[in-house]
Design a protein around this ligand. Structure first.
Ligand code: SR1
Ligand code: MG
Length: 414
């Protein structure tokens, strides 16, 4: 089904990692030949093996090895996946590092035989989703990720690339099987009965109502069409808060294996949608009303600020764009369409995390089933409101207003 595996391919293990890293000249400035090397496999994502590797004598001499498996780890070898995604991820990291090095992990090398990327171990950072669950605020996140989004999206779009380069880049980043995962898991399966959906039974009445709502399904179909046909820029393709490594001073976007030329709003919306998933989860995770209001203000301020930074940085690119072919009003129209796409695509990213195969800890990690149902119901209502109202949204303030106007429907009214 996919191109044959390289004859040298074999999945690494903690036993084989030390010899492998010693064999790589690109790592000779990190590991010495007589180093005692330790490693642990930490891949808690859905797709790959991930090893943290360090010198026993000095844990700061460290790398991460990320290796593609030829099947989907979340499901097993019944779901084959192309290892070519590792090449795409390495190429996307290279592009992101050129455009925004301060928010992209350093890559030491890509090994095309093992479909493996050796990269910076962000060992002083945590996955942002885990921090948000604990109620940790990241005051620099909006500035950092707004810049990352603006630079990676604007500089890979037709606004900047010449006609030929753009088409060649679209070819280089063609990523059909991973796009198909998104098409199925984000835009199709949550809205129909399928065995792969994973919502918990208490929330079923709301899920069934969504699945029976043709006006909603038309909007979702439009978003799917946009995802499949709008080759606007090189997008990360999976920029949820689990793909952000962060601390109080630094932010890194990791894991761009779903990268391809798609709509900018899919990345911007992924960030916004995941901040609203956190917002929904703190409906029950933070019991004290003042603390809840305070954390929610942080989340909504972050959404407002990240869009403003995105617009500010993107406008620097507009200033350099050839104005001869640029009718008056086109820039405003373009940015408004990105905002409205972000609302609609971000909404789909929220709803799939409640209904579909791959959930998020923010919601699915809530142990008490009543609490989980309240948070899930609120997340679905925010998603539904954002997608249904997206064409009326003209500013980021209006987007936030639509989301914060939502309440959970659970417990169901008699
Ligand atoms: C089956 S793969 C499930 C999800 O994991 C990735 O992070 C993507 O979001 C994908 O949809
Ligand atoms: Mg990932």
């Amino acid at each position: 089904m996919f191109t044959d595996l390289s004859p040298k391919y074999h999945p690494l293990t903690v036993e084989t990692v030390p010899a492998y890293v010693r064999s790589r000249p690109e790592l000779s400035s990190i590991f010495r030949s007589d180093d005692d090397i330790e490693s642990v496999e930490v891949g808690d994502g859905n797709l790959n093996l991930v090893f943290k590797v360090w010198a026993k004598a000095d844990p700061e001499r460290t790398v991460v090895l990320k290796q593609a498996l030829p099947y989907l780890r979340l499901v097993g070898d019944s779901w084959p996946l192309p290892t070519d995604r590792a090449r795409i991820e390495a190429a996307a990291l290279e592009a992101e590092s050129r455009l925004c090095p301060q928010h992209t992990p350093k890559v030491y090398f890509y090994d095309p035989d093992l479909y493996l990327i050796a990269m910076q171990n962000l060992n002083h950072h945590i996955i942002m989703r885990k921090g948000l669950i604990q109620g940790i605020k990241y005051p620099l996140f909006a500035e950092h990720i707004g810049l990352f989004l603006a630079r990676t999206l604007a500089y890979t779009s037709d606004l900047v690339l010449d006609f030929r380069t753009k088409k060649l880049e679209v070819m280089r980043f063609t990523n059909p099987e991973l796009c198909k995962i998104t098409e199925d898991l984000v835009f199709t399966e949550p809205y129909r009965k399928t065995e792969r959906n994973r919502f918990h039974p208490e929330i079923e009445p709301q899920v069934l109502a969504l699945q029976a709502d043709d006006s909603l399904r038309v909007q979702v179909a439009q978003m799917k069409e946009k995802f499949m046909t709008h080759a606007q820029a090189l997008i990360h393709g999976d920029l949820h808060t689990g793909s952000i490594m962060i601390n109080q001073t630094e932010t890194y976007a990791i894991d761009p294996e779903f990268a391809f030329y798609g709509p900018m709003g899919f990345d911007v919306g992924a960030v916004i949608g995941n901040l609203f998933l956190s917002y929904a989860s703190h409906e029950v995770r933070t019991k004290d009303p003042d603390a809840r209001a305070d954390f929610r203000k942080y989340l909504t301020d972050t959404v407002l600020q990240l869009w403003k930074v995105f617009e500010r940085e993107f406008s620097k690119v507009w200033a350099d764009v050839d104005s001869i072919n640029m009718p008056k009003g086109y820039q405003e129209d373009y940015m408004l369409r990105v905002l409205q796409d972000s609302a609609g695509l971000g909404a789909c990213k929220m709803m799939r995390r409640v209904i579909g195969l791959a959930g998020v800890e923010d919601i699915r990690g809530i142990e008490n089933v009543t609490d989980r149902s309240i948070a899930a119901s609120l997340a679905l209502n925010i998603g539904q409101a954002l997608i249904m109202n997206r064409r009326e949204i003209r500013t980021i303030e209006e987007l936030v207003e639509v989301a914060t106007g939502c309440r959970p429907s659970y417990p169901w009214k008699a």
